[in-house]
Design a protein around this ligand. Structure first.
Ligand code: B12
Ligand code: SF4
Ligand code: SF4
Length: 439
């Protein structure tokens, strides 16, 4: 760790005034906190590399791609001297914790309920950049950069170094007064501004609430999140199938997850923002899971225009919805899954089949059987077979005989339809079916 960062800053009067002026401007533009750090080498880059090395990034290949650049903020702007780190409070309501105990409502993580923060903060950063230029705090447009989330910067480290707060055990940065419901962003400039001191003095102590509350055990140790297990990754970043072992852990989260921050004692007194940008859009809190399954592409585009939820696309959101329906205790959950089973997206049908298999009701078996007759996508067929196999021990002799007849005729029909070339790909499905019949 760079010792110099620990030394008390020795600001002169001009420094103090300049820093205050910039801070004030940042706050007036809608940020809730502003801090300064140098654009020098990062101190936690080795933690970042170790994290990648463990494979914790899953399929987020861009994190690997950015690894070398993340050694220093000067790698994105060679002339950068100062990083102005800013944070925006998006804590717009505290009702969701109670309301969303209801398993029939899908939960969106708080940051995603209003407008897309990438767009909102980018706009504010651009205003900030313009102002900084007009004040002569950068020598030209090309000598500045603005970032929110997607750039190759270690945003949490920068905010920590600029005095924001500490890395919680859940790895989110916590401000001692504002809590952790804050988004981070930065402006890089080529003039030198005296840096703040890195935050120190408070940490999580012996608390382990977030680690215990995480439904998938994603917080593998202090400040280490295995993204592959995190619901935020599984419901947003992961584009295809959710690994089976995590599907039943979704509860009713359909976009992101806030559990580790909700249980954190430092968020108990987090101030609410009055900024309407973050307020939940209509329908986001009240719509039932079985109604979300009916969402067509047009409605999806309309509902999530300029929203972060667009990232999953319709297919990803509906995949999450039908997965969450597996745990929904309401009788209408089945009708939602029936719709999901007929969705145009294979991914949605696949997860619907799994969810029906996961549920206990007898009717789910006949639904799956019926659908097996008409389904044509290999992966969905496999999923239905697995679902039926998981119910096999509860089947009567008659049902098994019936399954046998259907399976055989289906296998024959498929073989007939496929011809010699389709064999290999379909072979695994055929084998599975045979295995199912033998079990
Ligand atoms: C990839 C990513 C994810 C991944 C991985 C998360 C993770 N924990 O690594 C997934 C998809 C799971 C995710 C989820 C979420 N994310 Co995210 N994510 C990012 C992104 C793009 C990169 C993070 C990264 O590099 N991770 C790799 C790890 C190694 O780096 P790190 O998390 O920064 O961790 C640092 C510390 O842990 C520290 N460290 C580790 N060990 C030690 C030891 C010591 C002694 C010290 C001093 C430091 C230290 O060093 C690391 C490197 O700097 C950043 C934006 C960015 N460019 O930084 C947003 C970001 C971190 N995410 C953010 C948010 C809001 C979320 C969610 C809350 C969203 C949600 N509700 O669903 C969840 C929170 C989940 C969680 N518990 O982390 C915010 C965090 C704001 C904050 N207050 O901290 C960021 C900064 C985006 C933003 N611009 O605001 N995210
Ligand atoms: S966001 Fe949810 S799944 Fe991810 S670490 Fe936090 S509690 Fe665990
Ligand atoms: S819940 Fe406890 S351990 Fe987790 S971040 Fe908050 S204070 Fe730290």
């Amino acid at each position: 760790m760079n010792k110099n960062l620990k030394e008390a800053p020795n600001f002169n009067e001009v420094d103090v005034q300049l820093r205050e002026k910039i801070r004030k401007q940042g706050l007036s533009l809608g940020f809730d906190w502003v801090g300064f750090t140098s654009a020098s080498k990062n101190l936690t880059h080795s933690s970042y590399l170790a994290w990648l090395e463990e494979g914790f990034a899953g399929e987020m290949n861009y994190l690997q791609k950015h690894a070398a650049q993340k050694t220093s903020s000067q790698n994105v702007l060679e002339s950068a001297q100062t990083v102005i780190s800013v944070a925006c409070n998006y804590f717009h309501d505290d009702t969701s914790t109670i309301k969303f105990q209801d398993s029939s409502r899908g939960r969106f993580s708080r940051y995603s309920m209003g407008d897309d923060y990438h767009l909102v903060l980018k706009e504010r950063l651009e205003e900030f950049r313009k102002w900084l230029l007009s004040e002569g705090l950068a020598s030209g447009f090309e000598q500045t950069r603005v970032y929110v989330d997607t750039g190759p910067l270690l945003e949490r480290e920068l905010a920590w170094r600029a005095g924001f707060g500490w890395f919680g055990k859940h790895s989110n940065l916590i401000h001692p007064k504002l809590g952790s419901w804050l988004l981070l962003a930065e402006v890089l400039i080529d003039s030198k501004i005296s840096p703040d001191q890195p935050f120190s003095g408070i940490d999580c102590g012996s608390c382990t609430r977030c680690i215990e509350a995480c439904p998938t055990g994603a917080i593998v140790s202090d400040r280490q999140v295995d993204a592959r297990r995190c619901l935020s990754y599984l419901t947003i970043e992961l584009k295809n199938t959710i690994p089976k072992q995590y599907r039943s852990k979704l509860q009713n989260w359909i976009f992101g997850c806030d559990i580790c921050q909700e249980v954190c004692p430092w968020n108990r007194k987090a101030p609410k923002t009055s900024d309407s940008t973050w307020k939940a859009r209509n329908g986001l809190r009240d719509r039932k899971l079985w109604d979300w399954v009916r969402l067509d592409q047009e409605e999806f585009s309309k509902q999530f225009r300029k929203s972060a939820v667009k990232r999953t696309k319709r297919r990803g959101l509906l995949r999450n919805v039908v997965t969450a329906l597996s745990a929904c205790s309401h009788p209408q959950a089945i009708s939602g899954l029936l719709i999901g089973l007929r969705d145009e997206e294979e991914l949605v049908r696949q997860h619907s089949a799994w969810a029906l298999g996961f549920r206990r009701q007898r009717i789910t078996k006949s639904i799956l059987w019926r659908h097996l007759r008409v389904e044509t996508a290999e992966q969905v067929i496999i999923e239905i077979q697995d679902a039926l196999a998981s119910k096999q021990k509860h089947s009567s002799k008659r049902e098994r005989a019936c399954l046998l007849t259907r399976q055989v005729s289906l296998a024959l029909a498929r073989k007939h339809r496929l011809g010699p070339s389709g064999g290999n790909h379909r072979r695994s499905s055929h084998n599975r079916r045979t295995k199912l019949l033998q079990d």
